[in-house]
Design a binder for this molecule. Structure first.
Ligand code: ARG
Length: 258
C-alpha cells in the first residue's frame, strides 16, 4: 500500500476525477489509515512503498504491478501523468528481494486490469491495458490470460467491474462488458454473483477478499447482504475522498502472491 500523503485531484483521466471539486487531504489519509489498520487486524502483513511527490495517484497501489507465484510483472501506464509510477513500484520489488521481475514493453496497469482466480488471470482492456499487454502477461506468468472487453468509461479498470471472492468464485457487473465478454464470463463462472448499478456505481466491486472477509465500500449495502448470504463476512469502509480519484479498496491494495 502507499499512504496518500501527496494525494490530490489535479488532472482528469477517468470520469470520477473532477479537478474543480475539493479533496479533503487529511480525510483521505485518515480513511486510508482505516483500511491499512483493518488489514492488519485481519492478520495480513502489509508492506508500504514511499509515496513520491508529484504522483498523486500513487496511492492506487493495485496499478503498480502484478505479482503471481512470486514473479513480478511491472506496470506501464497509458497516461503520462502516471508513467513514473511503473519504475517506482518495480524498484520497490527489486530492492525487496523479488528476483524474477519483468519490465513490460506493452501497456498494462497492473492489478487494475489483471485479476487472478484459481484457474486463470482475468484481464481487462478497452480503456487502459491492451491486448498486447495481456499477451505479455501470459508469456511471463505461463498462466492462461482471459481478455475481457470493458465498455463503460466509469468502469475503466477491470477491478472496478469484477472482484475475485475465492478461487474461481467471482462477482461482477455484466453491464460493464461487451456482449461477447459477458458471454465468456457466463461460461467460465456460471455461479458468479451478478452485481447491478446500485452497488457497482458506488464502487462495490472494488473489493478485496481473503476468501472469508470481503473488504468493500460501505455504501454497497445491498451487495454486503448478498455476500453474507454466500457465507462471506463483508467489512464496509468509507473511502469517499479516494473515490474522487476514481478508486476505492482494491485500487489501494496490491496483492503479493507467493
Ligand atoms: N486516478 C487513477 C487512474 O485513473 C485511479 C486508479 C484506480 N485504480 C484501480 N486499480 N482501478 O488511473
Amino acid at each position: 500500500m502507499c499512504r496518500p500523503v501527496h494525494f490530490e485531484v489535479t488532472y482528469s483521466i477517468n470520469p470520477w476525477m473532477d479537478p474543480t471539486k475539493p479533496v479533503d487531504a487529511e480525510l483521505a489519509v485518515a480513511q486510508w489509515e482505516a483500511l491499512y489498520a483493518l488489514y492488519r487486524e485481519l492478520g495480513h502483513t502489509v508492506d508500504l512503498i514511499d509515496p513520491l511527490p508529484g504522483l498523486p495517484d500513487m496511492v492506487y497501489a493495485a496499478n503498480g504491478a502484478t505479482v503471481v507465484d512470486g514473479k513480478v510483472l511491472g506496470a506501464r501506464f497509458r497516461n503520462a501523468e502516471r508513467a513514473a509510477e511503473g519504475p517506482a513500484y518495480l524498484e520497490w520489488f527489486r530492492s525487496h528481494g523479488f528476483g524474477e521481475t519483468h519490465d513490460p514493453e506493452h501497456i498494462n496497469e497492473g492489478e487494475g486490469d489483471f485479476l487472478v482466480t484459481g484457474s486463470w488471470i482475468l484481464a481487462g482492456r478497452g480503456f487502459r491495458s491492451t491486448a498486447e499487454g495481456h499477451r505479455e502477461a501470459q508469456e511471463f506468468f505461463g498462466r492462461p490470460v482471459i481478455g475481457l472487453e470493458l465498455t463503460d468509461p466509469r468502469y475503466y479498470h477491470l477491478d472496478t467491474a469484477l472482484a475475485v471472492l475465492d478461487g474461481d468464485e467471482i462477482m461482477y457487473n455484466p453491464e460493464a462488458f461487451t456482449p461477447g465478454s459477458r458471454e465468456v464470463l457466463r461460461r467460465l463462472f456460471p455461479d458468479a454473483l451478478l452485481v447491478g448499478p446500485e452497488d457497482a456505481g458506488v464502487f462495490g466491486l472494488n473489493a478485496v477478499s481473503d476468501g472469508r472477509h470481503v473488504v468493500l465500500p460501505e455504501a454497497a449495502q445491498n451487495l454486503s447482504g448478498r455476500l453474507r448470504e454466500r457465507g462471506f463476512e463483508p467489512l464496509g469502509l468509507d473511502l469517499s475522498e479516494l473515490l474522487k480519484g476514481g478508486g476505492s479498496v482494491k485500487c489501494c491494495t496490491l496483492e503479493i502472491r507467493g
